[in-house]
Structures are given as C-alpha cells and as structure tokens.
Design a protein around this ligand. Structure first.
Ligand SMILES: [Fe+2]
Ligand SMILES: [Fe+2]
Length: 135
C-alpha cells in the first residue's frame, strides 16, 4: 500500500502545481517502497537525491509564479520553502554520510511536511493566482 495517496483535497487549483505535488507524493512512495524492499544504500540514496532535486525544482516554480504575480504572501511562503529545503538537505547529507538511516520518523517527517505545506501554505495562493488567470 502506498504511504501517501493523492486526494482531491490536495488540489491547489493550479494544474501545473497539482502535477508537481503528485510527483512528490509518488517519489516519497518510491522511497518508502525501496526501503521496504531492502534496497541498498545506493538505490535509496539515488531516490532521495531525486526527491531533493524535485523539491527544489517545484519550490522554484511556485516562487517564480508568486513573484511574477506580486502575490502578497510570497515572503512568508518562500521562508517556509527555505526552511524545508534546509531540513531535507540536512537529511540527505546525513544519509549519504552514513549518519542517518531512513526510519519511520523520517517518513513521518516527509509525509507530514508535504501534507501540511500543501494544505496550509500552498492552498493560500489558489484564489489569488486563479484571479490572475493561473489555473
Ligand atoms: Fe509551496
Ligand atoms: Fe507546493
């Protein structure tokens, strides 16, 4: 069973970003699957690297649109992205350095992180961006 599944409630009403979020969910599931299947550190590390890269790509895409549209919540939103990026990069570094393993707590962190950020922060831009024709 996947760790996390896409639900309509996650929709931020911007098709491009919904697609990104679906990708992120699927990447977290892939990571979870690889761990459960007892895949080696190299494979797990690769998936983790892809997740970190995709996260950076997605955050940059959201920030670009928010900035272009003069969204008033930009600074606060970017700050949340920066903090999340720092955490996930620290996790990745520790993993590669052999200082951390991907435990249940790590997956809880990743799923809570995505869940909370989409539902509480991303969704705040929906109405504004839609009013600017971004859907
Ligand atoms: Fe965001
Ligand atoms: Fe997002």
């Amino acid at each position: 069973m996947p760790l996390m599944s896409w639900k309509d409630v996650y929709s931020v009403k911007v098709a491009e970003f919904d697609e990104h979020h679906k990708q992120l969910i699927s990447m977290i599931n892939n990571l979870d699957e690889a761990m459960k299947q007892g895949k080696g550190k190299d494979i797990v590390g690769e998936i983790l690297t892809k997740l970190v890269k995709y996260t950076a790509f997605h955050f940059a895409a959201e920030q670009k649109v928010m900035q272009q549209q003069n969204y008033s919540g930009y600074d606060e939103h970017k700050d949340k992205h920066d903090k999340m990026t720092a955490k996930v990069m620290a996790l990745q570094n520790d993993y590669h350095a052999g200082k951390a393993s991907l435990t249940i707590e790590v997956f809880k962190f990743l799923t809570d992180w995505l869940n909370k950020h989409i539902l509480e922060t991303d969704k705040k831009y929906s109405e504004y961006l839609n009013s600017k024709g971004i859907k």
